[in-house]
Design a protein around this ligand. Structure first.
Ligand SMILES: *[C@@H]1O[C@H](CO)[C@@H](O)[C@H](O)[C@H]1NC(C)=O
Ligand SMILES: *[C@@H]1O[C@H](CO)[C@@H](O)[C@H](O)[C@H]1NC(C)=O
Length: 157
């Protein structure tokens, strides 16, 4: 007969192993995919570019870039949770624009772990080998922001 305490012990050991796997810093644990690097380079010549990115509860802070300078961050997508989303505010002079800089369904295949963006005033351009694909800024539309889980006015620069 299996005693209750043995069952409890077995469950605690399993939980401990799972938690340990979850937190291990190796590049391949069972809950995370390969690390993704995002590089954001300013292609704006006549002004400093402010870049402020965040994921739901993870604010990466404001970073100022001169022309040609690059800001980068990395993260590890969690398995089963699609569309890891980092949204960014971009500011220069009196402008403030928004863009979702990492959307798994859009970027996973293209980037192969390294997403390189150049930021123009007209919008962000994704470098794909020798090609670039440029995107429009996100419309300044509160409804859309809410749909994406962005809270009202949380992305102030
Ligand atoms: C960077 O800016 C230059 C000058 O405006 C432009 O010709 C070039 O296409 C831009 N590069 C990218 C990747 O957007
Ligand atoms: C905002 O976005 C929603 C959904 O994308 C759209 O239906 C609506 O017309 C937009 N509003 C404005 C003012 O652009």
């Amino acid at each position: 007969m299996i005693s209750i305490s043995k069952v409890v012990l077995t469950i605690s050991i399993l939980l401990t192993i799972l938690v340990a796997l979850q937190f291990q810093e190796g590049e391949s644990n069972i809950f995370h995919k390969k690390r993704v690097f995002v590089y954001i380079t300013s292609n704006i010549t006549d002004a400093q570019l402010g870049v402020h990115c965040r994921e739901k509860d993870n604010d990466l802070g404001l970073h100022n870039l001169n022309f040609g300078e690059t800001y980068s961050f990395s993260f590890r997508p969690v398995i089963f949770i699609e569309a890891k989303l980092y949204f960014c505010g971009f500011s220069w002079m009196n402008e403030l624009k928004r863009f979702d800089i990492y959307v798994e369904s859009r970027d996973d295949k293209d980037c192969k772990g390294e997403c390189r963006w150049k930021i123009d005033k007209s919008g962000p351009c994704k470098l794909k080998g020798d090609d670039t694909e440029c995107f429009p800024w996100k419309p300044n539309n509160v409804t859309e922001g809410r749909q994406l889980g962005e809270e009202n006015s949380t992305l102030t620069m």
